[in-house]
Ligand binder design. Structure first.
Ligand code: IPM
Ligand code: MG
Length: 360
């Protein structure tokens, strides 16, 4: 059987880190005797330049065909002066999530043992074991997509409107994903809302409570988002799985990512009923693009998530994860991770990718 993968490198450092990810995937293919067929397509700014559209029809066809989508990063200063609705984020990222109803966004925030010192948290707070949090973010609803949305005229004044709306079924399906994930982990779930102010979040809390009845083993807490953002910094160990709506999940996942100290290490998966999209948490980093210094680990770990969630190849996924861990233990560091400490060796994007591929 051939597994079909859409490859969308995108902009900035996207193409560089994607090259290393495919190198690793080729290695997985040889070692685990599975065959991948890749089709590459343009997305984001590079698609605007070539086709006048951030998410062209050819790219949609490639994604329709694929079982899984590998996504690099989109955006950059070159396209920032375009009208908002034409910019890569709005015109590529949000539509691709919606087209495949990729409602479940999994964002692990893990401190690798070798990188514990990169965390901005004091060692008294962090302890010597780091932390391992999974943010489960709702990705196709809430205030990002609710209608009405727009800038409207009213009595000669302009008003900007976004609508925060959640249907019970949207909350239920994302809550199930989070509870299922918790069952495979430490069985602790923190559901984030703002039920003291927002009515949609009153429903959020009710539905999460209903879903919880099917998961008696999972310890559930509800936290207001403001308190949650504070608790994350005060003591990240209190969290195992964090469940949040689209906007709160956006914000808290960046906070959790920063606490690991190395955003260049964090992958993500966006899952729906039919296919998954896998992308690094970092952006296109135009300032370092083309220099060969970007950290390919997040893209490579996104490949590991694809192997696990889209293709159920758990051994292969673990092999990729432990290869990454191993090269870090050996002291290999891309520029973003390099601290000049004893035992560290500064490497390029390509050297990092080669080393990881070799250890699979
Ligand atoms: C993310 C990003 C996007 C989001 C932006 C670029 C539209 O911040 O994936 O977290 O807000 O979802
Ligand atoms: Mg974000």
């Amino acid at each position: 059987m051939t597994l079909k993968v859409a490859v969308l490198p995108g902009d900035g450092i996207g193409p560089e880190v994607m090259e290393e990810a495919l190198k690793v995937l080729d290695r997985v293919s040889a070692k685990f005797n599975v065959e991948f067929e890749y089709r590459e397509a343009l997305i984001g700014g590079s698609a605007i330049d070539a086709k006048g559209n951030a998410f062209p029809d050819e790219t949609k066809e490639v994604c329709d065909w694929a079982d899984a989508i590998l996504f690099g990063a989109v955006g950059g200063p070159k396209w920032e002066s375009l009208p908002p609705e034409k910019q890569p984020e709005r015109a590529a990222l949000l539509p691709i999530r919606k087209r495949y109803e990729l409602f479940a966004n999994l964002r692990p925030a893990i401190v690798f043992p070798a990188l514990i010192e990169s965390s901005p948290l004091k060692s008294e707070v962090l302890g010597d074991k780091g932390f391992d949090i999974l943010v489960v973010r709702e990705l196709t609803g809430g205030i990002y997509f609710g209608q009405p949305k727009g800038i409207f005229e009213e009595n000669g004044q302009k008003k900007g409107v976004d609508t925060l709306v959640y249907y019970d079924w949207e909350i239920r399906r994302i809550a199930k994903v989070a509870f299922d994930a918790a069952m495979k982990r430490d069985k602790r779930l923190a559901s984030i809302d703002k039920a003291n102010v927002l009515t949609s979040m009153v429903l959020w809390r009710q539905v999460v409570e209903e879903v919880a009845k099917d998961y008696p083993e999972v310890e559930l807490r509800h936290l207001y988002v403001d308190n949650a953002s504070m608790q994350l910094i005060r003591d990240p160990h209190q969290f195992d799985v964090i469940l949040a709506g689209n906007m709160f999940g956006d914000i808290l996942s960046d906070e959790a990512a920063m606490l690991t100290g190395s955003i260049g290490m964090l992958p993500s998966a966006s899952l729906g009923e039919s296919k998954g999209l896998y992308e690094p948490v970092h952006g296109s980093a135009p300032d370092i693009a083309g220099k060969g210094i970007a950290n390919p680990c997040a893209m490579i770990l996104s490949v590991a998530m694809m192997l696990k969630y889209s293709f159920n190849l758990k051994d292969a996924a673990e092999a990729v994860e432990s290869a990454v861990s191993q090269v870090l233990d050996e002291g290999l560091r891309t520029a973003d991770l390099y601290r000049g400490k004893k035992g560290e060796r500064k490497v390029t994007t390509k050297e990092m990718g080669d080393a990881i591929a070799e250890r699979i």
